[in-house]
Design a protein around this ligand. Structure first.
Ligand SMILES: Cc1ncc(COP(=O)(O)O)c(C=O)c1O
Length: 375
């Protein structure tokens, strides 16, 4: 049985009629960019997340980079984040000319180790970007407390975590700014690129509204260099069709995660993901740790199981940041975990039979590889 890591077509079948009607409406409307669907979607997201302002954008990357721009962070500034994430997080810091300062992760949650943030603060530090990786909320009480005491901004990278909660609050609404991605494979994914920035500040909302449209809130009046980061109406319409399903899809992911945990409970070689107390993890990824991961990964691929490594090279060791001369060994827990993690097929529509097949195959592969190769 071939099982992909995500099956977007299967989800599409559940919303096809509504999505196709919504897209047709847009095509017939003659309004294609930042129209009624964008406005309504922004309102619906404010309601869903319980936040005052939501601004639609072209991508999660733009949400991060425009968040930094709106906070006037740039050349000469430092921003603390994690190296165990998708490149867009630190790339955004680089886009505005600031320096990423990486802090090691908590090996249980894969998120920034909040207890190590304070040691990384310098007079140049302006902000912290916690990333709720794989849909698992960061320890936001500690992070917001540090930010308050050191007068730093908090920009939440919630690109993988729509609907996740920390102490009853949706992530992306706890810091100064929240950033979301609607890339097709996300828990709430559109059929192209899309992103959203959230904030409770009217000032920040107004700045981002101007920045997304060439630096001017009023047409043909440009106050600063901005970008073109407008979400098109077709994507907004599709997102509006999907939004009412997000809670049930996230709930299904949590049930699938619990079932995987049960299936792996008898195999000591497979370490299953942990959740922080008082959090609601939405399992954008279900990520286990296995010894001799690369061999196991290859064997799974040969047997048709679509596992993935998120992410094989930590950001401090990527060429894009070479000018900072970050050294191997600087983030030992991050580096160790990039060699162990393996994300398994996870999507709301996955069946129990498919999960059982994934689990059976993974257990066989892990046992086989680790009986012939030393751990
Ligand atoms: C953690 C994280 N941050 C930022 C992004 C960037 O989002 P986008 O692809 O919409 O630009 C992603 C998307 O993959 C992500 O996973």
């Amino acid at each position: 049985m071939k099982i992909p890591i995500i099956n977007s077509k299967r989800q599409y079948e559940t919303i096809a009629q509504k999505a196709e009607a919504a897209v047709l409406d847009v095509m017939r409307s003659g309004s294609y960019i930042l129209g009624a669907n964008n406005k309504e979607f922004e309102k619906e997201m404010c309601e869903y997340l319980d936040v005052k302002h939501a601004v639609t954008l072209n991508s999660g990357t733009d949400a991060l980079h425009l968040a930094l721009r709106a906070l006037d962070i740039g050349e000469g500034d430092e921003v603390i984040s994690t190296a165990f994430t998708f490149v867009a997080t630190s790339e955004s810091i680089g886009i505005v000319g600031a320096k990423p300062v990486f802090v090691d992760i908590d090996p249980d949650t894969f998120n920034i180790d909040a207890s190590k943030i304070e040691a990384a603060i310098t007079p140049k530090t302006k902000a912290i970007i916690p990333v709720h990786l794989y849909g698992q909320p960061c320890d936001m009480d500690i992070i917001t407390d540090i930010a308050k005491r050191h007068n730093l901004f908090v920009i939440e990278d919630a690109c993988q975590a729509i609907g996740a909660e920390y102490k009853g609050k949706k992530v992306g609404t706890i810091g100064d700014i929240g950033c979301f991605s609607f890339y097709p494979t996300k828990n709430l994914g559109t059929m192209g690129d899309g992103g959203l920035l959230t904030t409770n500040s009217q000032y920040l909302k107004d700045r981002v509204i101007a920045l997304r449209n060439h630096g001017g809130a009023i047409r043909y009046h440009h106050d600063e260099i901005g970008v073109n980061s407008r979400l098109d109406e077709i994507q907004a319409a599709i997102l509006r069709v999907k939004l009412p399903y997000i809670d049930s899809w996230n709930k299904a992911r949590r049930e699938h995660a619990a079932y995987y945990n049960e299936l792996f409970s008898k195999c000591d070689l497979i370490e299953t993901p942990k959740e922080l107390d008082n959090t609601y993890c939405v399992y954008h990824q279900y990520t286990v740790k296995v010894p001799n991961r690369d061999k196991v990964h290859q064997m799974l691929a040969d047997k048709g199981i679509g596992a993935m490594i998120y992410y094989p090279i930590p950001l401090h060791l990527q060429k894009v940041h070479a000018k900072y001369n970050f050294k191997e060994g600087m983030l030992p827990i991050t580096e160790k975990n990039t060699k162990l993690v393996l994300s398994l097929p996870m999507f709301a529509e996955i069946t129990k039979e498919e999960q059982e097949e994934v689990a059976k195959t993974l257990i066989e592969c892990v046992k086989e590889v680790n009986s012939t190769v030393s751990v």
